[in-house]
Design a protein around this ligand. Structure first.
Ligand SMILES: [Zn+2]
Length: 451
């Protein structure tokens, strides 16, 4: 019973705080208020009016961490161990991703939905890792026909993923290494135009996807969705030495001139640390593009323990930002002994620490799609004359109804005596406000808050 030591630790932590033990998602707002030590820990994301601001994340959480796992190399045995530890023993409310089909001859035993549809019911999945693994396959070529079969399978299973992540050098990728999947037509040097047989972005939208991974780079900055200056950006890129400081100063003082020279050294730009942004792709469709955090050599189950090490999590809490953790939970570092557990002890220790910080109300954990939806809703909300009005952003939500707010929770700092009325596209919706501390309110759109 590996769960007992962890439960004992969680109990101990909760007792220290004088609060009942339990998973955070099962607590109501009054119980969550017990975890709020000081309202200064909470970051204001948007000032709505004098003395009224939306908090970055629902209190008492100070930061928000999600998992963006690519299923490469995941065997059924590995999947079962990950499911048992992450989703059953630790009960972390992450969502997972999936391959619909697996035709990779180099990794013949990868788990996929077509062969194991039961994985979709075992724990939440919000991400399709393209239409399947067609890389390194001698037997199966990807084409739009394969994508249509994938869409049919999703519909048959009632699955509606919100997120698409590109895979390796898959020919149907949208943004990573190539953009062929997003191009309806291809034009040659003579100007001849051909239908692109690997175009599928229209089918991706039909599958339910509204968020695409940025694809070009991974961020190594701890904490997105927070202010980030030139100094920190260049220190992160080039270290604490003279080069980082010099570039920060050069950027600050000589930017107009150096911009004209298009120096690749000056990589800082406003908004570079946003968690997501809306963009128009080659076929004219608009999606939200989101960033993922890691260091490339650490993107496996062994490196995962370093990526979410206690030191990183504590910095994320201090920075009060978001982190969408990029990894391959099913992939082991080369050279591992075959008799070892799939999850190495160091990664297990990091997961235990993360679970404890989630349990004490410091780190919000959810599906990545839930975090991205929250940010879209938070940043499109309007405020006027004591009314907080949630609006459709036109990309994720073409129309917004009260049902879209269900399960979300928003924090408000206000010096007013009462919290605002809430509307959704101008129509008043039922909301329950709980005063978590003096001047800090938290909304709930359902009786029981679910993460
Ligand atoms: Zn992949």
């Amino acid at each position: 019973m590996k769960t007992l030591p962890l439960l004992a630790r969680l109990w101990e932590n909760a007792r220290v705080d004088g609060c009942p033990v339990g998973r955070y998602g099962s607590r109501n707002l009054e119980e969550r208020a017990n975890f709020l030590r000081t309202t200064q820990e909470l970051r204001d994301a948007r000032q709505l009016a004098p003395g009224v601001s939306l908090l970055a994340y629902p209190p008492p959480y100070r930061c928000w961490l999600t998992l963006s796992n690519d299923p490469d190399n995941t065997t059924l045995a590995g999947w079962q161990e990950l499911h048992r530890v992450i989703w059953q023993e630790l009960a972390l409310p992450f969502a997972d991703s999936f391959f619909l089909f697996a035709y990779n001859d180099a990794i013949p035993d990868q788990v996929c939905v077509a062969a194991h549809p039961e994985i979709l019911d075992a724990h939440p999945h919000d991400t399709m890792h393209t239409w399947g693994d067609y890389t390194m396959s001698e037997s199966r070529l990807f084409s739009r026909r394969e994508a249509q079969a994938g869409l049919d399978l999703l519909r048959q299973l009632g699955a509606r993923p919100r997120i698409w992540t590109d895979h390796s050098d898959f020919i149907g990728n949208m943004l990573h290494r190539n953009t062929k999947g997003a191009l309806p037509c291809i034009e040659d040097a003579s100007g001849q135009v051909y239908d692109n047989c690997v175009y599928s972005l229209d089918l991706v939208r039909q599958a339910g996807v509204r968020y695409l991974w940025e694809g070009s780079n991974l961020t190594t900055v701890i904490g997105q969705d927070r202010p980030l200056g030139r100094g920190e950006w260049y220190r992160n890129q080039h270290g604490d030495g003279a080069k980082g400081r010099l570039l920060a100063w050069a950027d600050r003082l000589g930017r107009p001139l150096l911009r004209r020279l298009q120096s690749p050294l000056l990589s800082f730009e406003e908004g570079i640390n946003r968690q997501l942004y809306a963009d128009t792709l080659a076929d004219g469709q608009r999606f939200h593009i989101f960033r993922r955090y890691t260091h490339w050599p650490l993107a496996d189950i062994d490196g995962f323990g370093e990526v979410i090490a206690p030191s990183m999590v504590e910095r994320l809490i201090a920075q009060r930002g978001t982190a969408v953790i990029y990894t391959h939970l099913g992939k082991q570092r080369a050279g591992r002994r075959p008799d070892e557990d799939h999850i190495p002890p160091s990664t297990r220790r990091s997961l235990d620490h993360l679970a404890a910080r989630h349990g004490d109300g410091s780190v919000h954990i959810s599906a990545t799609s839930k975090l991205l939806d929250y940010l879209v809703l938070r940043d499109a909300a309007c405020f006027d004359d004591g009314v907080l009005d949630f609006r459709a952003d036109g990309v994720r939500f073409e129309r917004l109804t009260a049902a879209d707010l269900a399960g979300h929770s928003f924090g408000l700092r206000s010096n007013e005596s009462r919290p605002p009325t809430v509307r959704c596209e101008g129509t008043e919706v039922a909301v329950e406000w709980t005063e978590m501390a003096a001047g800090v309110w938290c909304s709930s759109f359902e009786e029981d808050y679910h993460v």
